[in-house]
Structure formats: structure tokens, C-alpha cells
Design a protein. Structure first.
Ligand code: PLP
Length: 349
């Protein structure tokens, strides 16, 4: 693992390559979790037969702490992440954390490293809680020992290109998730299975994969690490649409936040299947497309390219609905717009 580095305040941080000073660590053995300990970020020692390495029994979460002012940082939607972490653990046959441990861990970590939350526009402290199978064994069964870690990384742009608008590649030769699989939880394997497609998307000059449904390869599911919204029509008739959570899509907290922010603005919103063909059509009524997730925030889509050679440029500037929701999202996470109850943990330092 990388060495600990302090975040420079002006250089481009990128995503997940620098780490804050501390780490939270706990271990599960003999049917119980140890107390979580705050320690320096440092390399781990591991057995070559550590089960997570062989069978991928590993889950994670992603949330952010944002700077509100010089003395205040805000952790966004930690309780929701704790609930999703529990769901992921249960789906992967792993022991959920004791009640409160997840939120305590991230609160303690951010409290310890609050001075390392960057302040430049578009920057934040990305928090990465992870749980993995820690038993030394090659037996093909659930591990009986697990490790929980929470680390933090000062970040800015999620995309290596650093572009404000992103291009997506829709492909039909691979799928991300099928019903009954693990698409609606955050297990490491979902991401491992998507790496080849992401490399392919990048090789074609795009930033991200746009995944389609596993059965017909017709309907938009989500992007690689973000949910998808489209805007149909414009002006007073603009309608926001996002695919329903059918069991194969990750229920993003940014998605839920965007829905709430759109409702506050009185924008018509519905959850409906979105056919890729309807987005790609030359006379499409879809006027805007955006991706959203903790890591990338609200990311406007510029162009969608498909594996059958179609390409549609949605727009070279974020559309009005996307721009309004992106501004609201930025305002709410930095404490400049009222949050809903339970969205924010405030830390002063
Ligand atoms: C596959 C996938 N979809 C959607 C999201 C967005 O989720 P959230 O808004 O909770 O970050 C993520 C982010 O973790 C993801 O990995």
C-alpha cells in the first residue's frame, strides 16, 4: 500500500492516491468484533492464504467529508452508508458491524484528520470503510475472521481525465449484474467484473461505462460507479427520469439526494425504465443526461457512444436541470442549503 502523504492544498489531488494520517481498524474472530482502534495509516501484514485474496469476500462503502468553513467539516449521509454496509455484509455472508460502529468509526476518523479535509473547490475527504475475509485458509466457504478498516483520502476529480463533462461507452457484450446477483450491494467483485469494460471505455476515449440490463441489453441500468438520470423535454415541461431500483442497480445515496433536491425545486420526477435507443435517437426528446455518485458528485454527460458505432452528443455544456441540481448538491454537502434530518454529521475542530 502507498505511503501516507499530506494533501497539498493547491495541487490537483486526483482520486484515492493520497491518504490522511489515520485509519480505523477492528477485527472479527470467535464470533465477535473487537473494539475499533484509531491508528496511523500504515501497511498491513497478511498471509498469502488470506481468504479475501482468493475468493473476493469483501465489501466497501464510499462517503465524503466536505469543508463547510475553516473550523467545520460535514460528513454526508453516513447513517445511510452504515445501513448499506450492513446489507452488503448480509448478502456476502459476512458479519454486520455492531449497531453504531460504522458511524462512530467514520466520525472518529474525520475528527482525528479534520485538518486534512481540503478546501479547494471540488475537493473533499473521501472516506472508504471496507470489510474483508481475513482468515488464513483456502477452504471454499465463508471466512470466520474478518477485518474492518476505515481510511480517508483527500480527493478532487474522480475521473482521470479531470474533465467537467464526461463521455460514456454503452456496451452489450458484458453485463454488470443480473437479478439475484450482487448488483444492488457494494461488494468488491462487482467492480472486479467491470474493470475490463472500463478499460475498454477508456481505450475508446470515454470516461465511464454505461451498463445496460442483463436480459435484453436495451435498458439503461447505471454507470460504473454512478447512477443515471435523464431529462426529457425542456423548460417548464422538463421531466427528470431515473431507472427504478429493480434489484440489479446500486441504490445510490446521491441518487436519493438528487431526487429529494428535484422534488424541492418542483421538478417532475419519475422512476421508469429508460431505453438506450430512446436516448440515442437523432430526434430524441431526452435533452440532458447526468451521472451521480459520491465519488463524482453530479457529472453531466457530454457524449454517449455505443458498441454498434452510434454516438450522440447530448450537449457541450451542462443542461439547465443538471446545472441546477449540481449546484444544489454542492450547496447541501457544504452546508449552504438545508439538509434533510440524518444527512449530515457536523464536526468542529
Ligand atoms: C455501481 C455504483 N452505482 C452507483 C453508485 C452511487 O452511489 P452513491 O451515490 O451512494 O455513492 C456507486 C457508488 O458507490 C456505485 O459504485
Amino acid at each position: 500500500m502507498s505511503q501516507t502523504e499530506q494533501a497539498p492544498s493547491t495541487n490537483r489531488l486526483g482520486f484515492g492516491s493520497q491518504f490522511s494520517t489515520h485509519l480505523i481498524s477492528a477485527r472479527y474472530a470467535d464470533g465477535a468484533w473487537s473494539a475499533a482502534a484509531l491508528q496511523d495509516f500504515a501497511d498491513l501484514t497478511m498471509s498469502p492464504a488470506m481468504m479475501a485474496v482468493h475468493y473476493g469476500q469483501a465489501i466497501f462503502e464510499g462517503l465524503k467529508a466536505f469543508r463547510a468553513d475553516e473550523q467545520t467539516v460535514l460528513i454526508f449521509r453516513a447513517a445511510d452508508c452504515a445501513r448499506r454496509f450492513d446489507r452488503s455484509a448480509t448478502r456476502m455472508g459476512m458479519p454486520p458491524l455492531p449497531a453504531g460502529m460504522f458511524v462512530d468509526a467514520v466520525t472518529r476518523l474525520v475528527g482525528a484528520d479534520a485538518a486534512e479535509v481540503p478546501s479547494d473547490e471540488g475537493s473533499s475527504l473521501y472516506l472508504r470503510p471496507v470489510m474483508f475475509a481475513d482468515e488464513t485458509s483456502l477452504a471454499v466457504r465463508s471466512s470466520t475472521e474478518f477485518r474492518f478498516l476505515a481510511m480517508a483520502s483527500p480527493v478532487d476529480s474522480f475521473f482521470a481525465s479531470g474533465r467537467a463533462m464526461i463521455d460514456a461507452f454503452a456496451q452489450r457484450s458484458q453485463i454488470r449484474a443480473a437479478l439475484g446477483g450482487t448488483g444492488d450491494v457494494k461488494c468488491a467483485g462487482n467492480y472486479a467484473g467491470a474493470m475490463a469494460a472500463k478499460s475498454d471505455a477508456i481505450a475508446r476515449g470515454c470516461d465511464e461505462v454505461l451498463w445496460l440490463d442483463a436480459v435484453d441489453h436495451r435498458y439503461i441500468e447505471e454507470f460504473g460507479a454512478m447512477n443515471c438520470f435523464v431529462v426529457k423535454g425542456s423548460g417548464a415541461d422538463a421531466e427528470l427520469i431515473t431507472p427504478p431500483l429493480t434489484g440489479t442497480i446500486l441504490a445510490g445515496h446521491t441518487r436519493a439526494t438528487v431526487i429529494k433536491l428535484a422534488q424541492r425545486r418542483g421538478i417532475k420526477i419519475s422512476e421508469q425504465p429508460i431505453a438506450l435507443a430512446d436516448v440515442m435517437a437523432a430526434d430524441s426528446s431526452i435533452t440532458e443526461v447526468f451521472a451521480c455518485g459520491t465519488a463524482a458528485g453530479v457529472a453531466p454527460i457530454r457524449t454517449i457512444v455505443t458498441d454498434s458505432g452510434e454516438s450522440r452528443t447530448i450537449g457541450h455544456q451542462p443542461g439547465p436541470v443538471t446545472a441546477a441540481l449540481a449546484a444544489d448538491y454542492t450547496a447541501v454537502v457544504h452546508g449552504d442549503l438545508d439538509a434533510e434530518p440524518d444527512w449530515i454529521i457536523r464536526i468542529t475542530h
